[in-house]
Design a protein. Structure first.
Lengths: 474, 279
């Protein structure tokens, strides 16, 4: 181990010692014959194929119906570890929503000088069309996905927030379902907190933000861009679980003060739309005029209080990588609390001093595009050769505002099945926090794992896999 | 000055269409520059619906028509009492921060020529007031783009208009917004009406101009097409990032869209004091 490279935290092992949370699993693994393991692995794959859970990979060509690799070795968190994450994630979701309600209203955080105005109002995700409108209960981001990494026994960092339409929750649910089906005895031996209440909580959350004009039980729909979208499976899966309609833009229309759904029994009023379409595409009469995916006139109905859109148009301004730096400040400003979860130290290349430091230390940093996602367009300094670093440096010099940089964190590793048995692989965690009348969080989330040895990129679009995530009961 | 306005928009379709949805931004807001005495928007044969006032202070209303239909008419009539405030928009209630109007859209994005136009216009004006700089930018646009109808299209960009050297009020407004943004001055597109007069300038009664943010004064209108600031002959309708965003009517035909024919008729007249009393 070199001096500059901190030790990697192994979530199962403390030296030679197996941590108590993993003892059952370690025994389970050791008693499993190799043949049984490969049998189970192909069984898992068959189950995933049968339910149809696939994830198209952008920009890689090949099979868009490719399965996201599932690793059978669960990731475990103790009740105590979870308690901190639970409080921290809820706190963050509350602060992000308070920020959104503020920047589209009085902008007090800007007046107070805590966040530079241009970072907000000049942000691509800042929607002029959202200014001066308070959505039901003041909630803009109803599903907040917080990406967490761990570097030590008590060290968790927030890597980024996702306030628009974070995907992947169907994997959280299916991973558990499949593990329980294949290894029921594991769930008898350990007290693992269930995650299957998610769909019920999601429905409750969406119902709780129905517009005032809605009388009686709200009609909730999921608006999908269609089956060619990479997360289409998830859209239909969640619609099924909640017992709500999955619709495309062409299934809806506006008339009078409301949005209507075409049905065989005639038009039915829609009260809450959980949209899985980006802002730019939801209403061609307000945003991109060429969008065929949205509903013309939707924004007028929304702004006049006839329908609720989840997440609210404009919610993306809170999860921008340039705004991320200020989330701890938001928590202090709106909640009067100290942040429970830490941010990763971040250099903004938009600032000349930061940019200079970044360019001088590229080989040790991770550099990301401000608006990028999915692990594309990023540089992992320690894993890149000289020419890659040099060409990336040129890109930063050309458009510094577009980049931020962070230290290469020693992400924790979890035991993961490999050819020879198990080996530690780096992981992250995305819990899904629901914000409506109350803030809800199921114990768990989606653990993504970098399956390539030494790799730190866990994105499913870059060859990452997923694991079942266990939170142990008290 | 008391102005009466009649603005008729007629759409005709070669084949019957299934339905139409429109988002209408057709209501002028009352402010110190203009007092709305009467105003009526009629969507003939259509159903009006959801209505709200957006952050920029503009009323936006939904109108829908169920087909099959081959023709529709939107009629606007009203009377407005205007006051000349030398282009300064005063008393207009809005909530959008000026800095939000630094954003470039496809139609106002500056190319090298627009950047150069901005720089040349402001050369030697480093110490000048924001108002003087804004005037200089407006003059530069008036000089660079000659008024000539029929040469540009609704989707023409500022850079295309500048390279062609000709355009209509929309192109002047886009170019001015563009070069104001280059100078880091918030600027936006404004739609409205202009009373025709015989001062030697060609006028379009259905008009557009730009507003530039001048910190000491607020939003100030600049009509580069007519080389002036809006005065009592102008009625301000609504605003946006560009012509698309500010459009008085944004509409969409449901289903297959046949060939569409658009007819716009605008009459803006000064109401004589004698007529005022006849009401």
């Amino acid at each position: 181990m070199s001096a500059t490279k901190p030790a990697i935290f192994n979530e199962m092992l403390n030296g030679e010692q197996v941590r108590s949370a993993y003892q059952n699993l370690e025994k389970w693994y050791r008693s499993m014959p190799a043949e049984l393991r490969s049998l189970k692995q192909s069984e898992a794959e068959a189950l995933f194929r049968r339910v149809g859970i696939t994830f198209a990979v952008y920009g890689e060509g090949g099979d868009p119906e490719r399965l996201i690799p599932f690793d059978m070795f669960p990731r475990v968190m103790t009740a105590e570890e979870w308690r901190k994450l639970d409080r921290g994630v809820r706190q963050r979701a509350a602060a992000l929503n308070a920020f959104l309600a503020d920047v589209y209203d009085r902008r007090e955080i800007i007046r107070a000088g805590k966040i530079p105005e241009h970072l907000v109002t000049n942000n691509e995700a800042f929607e002029k069309a959202a200014i001066g409108f308070r959505p039901p209960r003041g909630v803009f981001s109803h599903i907040v996905g917080v990406d967490l990494v761990r570097t030590g026994p008590d060290q968790f960092y927030v890597l980024e927030d996702n306030c628009r339409t974070p995907s992947g929750v169907s994997y959280m649910l299916q991973n558990r379902e499949i593990m329980m089906r294949m290894f029921p005895q594991l769930f008898m031996e350990s007290r693992i907190r269930p995650v299957d209440g998610y769909a019920g909580l999601l429905k409750k959350t969406l119902a709780s933000v129905a517009p005032q004009k809605c009388q009686g039980e709200p009609n909730i729909v999921i608006l999908t861009p269609g089956h060619f979208n990479s997360a289409y499976y998830e859209h239909s899966f969640l619609a099924d679980l909640m017992g709500v309609e999955l619709v495309e833009g062409q299934d809806l229309f506006v008339e009078g003060d409301f949005v209507w759904m075409k049905t065989t029994e005639g038009p039915k009023k829609v009260d809450v739309i959980y949209r899985r379409i980006d802002d730019a595409f939801i209403d061609p009469l307000c945003f991109r005029p060429d969008s065929m995916l949205g509903v013309p006139g939707l924004m007028s109905v929304y702004r006049s209080g006839g329908v609720t859109i989840c997440s609210a148009p404009g919610a993306g301004v809170a999860d921008d990588k340039a705004i991320y730096t200020f989330v701890p400040e938001m928590i202090r400003f709106y909640l009067g609390e100290e942040p429970i979860l830490e941010n990763v130290p971040t250099w903004q290349c938009a600032k000349p001093d930061d940019c200079k430091y970044v360019l001088e230390n590229l080989s040790e940093l991770v550099v990301k595009e401000v608006h990028g996602s999915g692990g594309y367009g990023m540089l992992v300094g320690p894993k890149s050769d000289k020419s890659t670093i040099e060409s990336f440096a040129a890109k930063i010099r050309k458009n510094p505002d577009n980049y931020i940089a962070q230290p290469t964190l020693a992400l924790s590793a979890c035991p993961t099945f490999v050819e020879e048995g198990i080996a530690p692989r780096h992981v992250d965690l995305r819990p899904y926090c629901l914000v409506g009348e109350t803030i809800e969080l199921v114990p768990g989330g989606l653990t993504r794992v970098a399956l390539t040895e030494g790799s730190l990129v866990v994105n499913s679009s870059q060859g990452g896999g997923v694991k079942d995530t266990w939170v142990l009961a008290e | 000055m008391r102005l009466s306005i009649r603005h008729i928009t007629r759409y005709r379709f070669d084949e019957p269409v299934r339905g139409i949805v429109q988002s209408q931004k057709l209501w002028p807001a009352s402010c110190d520059n203009q007092r709305i005495l009467s105003w009526e928007v009629t969507s003939h044969g259509g159903q009006t619906g959801a209505e709200f006032t957006d952050g920029a202070g503009d009323v936006i209303r939904l109108a829908t028509w169920r087909g099959p239909l081959t023709e529709l008419t939107v009629e606007v009539t009203g009377e407005v009492e205007t006051t000349d405030l030398f282009g300064v928009l005063r008393g207009h209630r809005e909530r959008v921060p000026p800095s939000a109007y630094l954003r470039d859209t496809r139609q106002v994005e500056a190319d090298a020529a627009l950047k150069a136009l901005s720089a040349v216009a402001l050369k030697g004006m480093e110490g000048a007031s924001a108002l003087d700089r804004a005037h200089a930018l407006s003059r530069a646009v008036s000089g660079a783009i000659a008024y000539k109808p029929g040469e540009t299209k609704p989707h023409t960009t500022a850079s295309e208009a500048l390279s062609g050297g000709v355009g209509v009020c929309q192109d002047h407004a886009h170019a001015l917004i563009s070069i104001a943004h280059v100078a880091e001055m918030p600027a936006r597109y404004v739609t409205g009406y202009l009373q025709a007069s015989e001062d030697g300038f060609p006028h379009e009664a259905s008009h557009a101009w730009a507003e530039i943010w001048v910190p000491e004064l607020g939003w100030v209108g600049f009509d580069a097409a007519n080389e002036c600031c809006p005065d009592e002959r102008y009625v301000r309708l609504g605003s946006g990032y560009d012509a698309l965003d500010a459009a008085p009517i944004r509409g969409l035909v449901q289903g297959a869209a046949p060939e569409e024919h658009l007819e716009v008729e605008v009459m803006v007249n000064a109401v004589q004091s004698g007529q005022q009393q006849q009401q």
